[in-house]
Design a protein around this ligand. Sequence first.
Ligand SMILES: [Zn+2]
Length: 188
Amino acid sequence: MSDLLPHFQSVGSDLYSRGMVSVHGGNLSVRDDNSLVITRSGSRLGFLSESDLITTGVEKDDENTRLASSELQVHRAIYRQSLFKAIVHCHPVHATALSFLRHIIHPEDEGGKIFIPDVPIIGFGKEPQPGGAAEEIAEALKTHAVVVVHRHGSFARGMTLEEAYVITELLEISCRTLCLVKNLKTGL
Ligand SMILES: [Zn+2]
């Protein structure tokens, strides 16, 4: 699985440089049949190395499971319920801010309207927990490319990490635009 490292590094670096994760925030995974490769608990997405990639089971625990990201249960639930092969979880500021106030996000810019017209907010009004709402997130990702967990951050899925990243970036651009337009309207 060592050929995966450049993909993890590229996406992790893009997320960090664009401010969508703090130093130790967020996690990435790729599925291969009954196994998945996920970032290590506490790893720095902007500076990943081979030892930060943890291989464990989609269904079963093994000796590596305890090293995996605290969101492992969410990643597993998504893979159990779908055929997707990659997941990006991060904390995009504008999307997360909107999750405090809305049950669903409807982008109004053209890209967002076309590709992510409805973005569900998961667990609205509940206290977010690491690994929490796994089944609810997995269910929503069957029909939506990305969801946002209330007061926490986004989960995007795809067939590659790059695809899930593009969706995540699109979400944050759409949410930043929504926030700017709202501010401009209140200033007029
Ligand atoms: Zn998180």
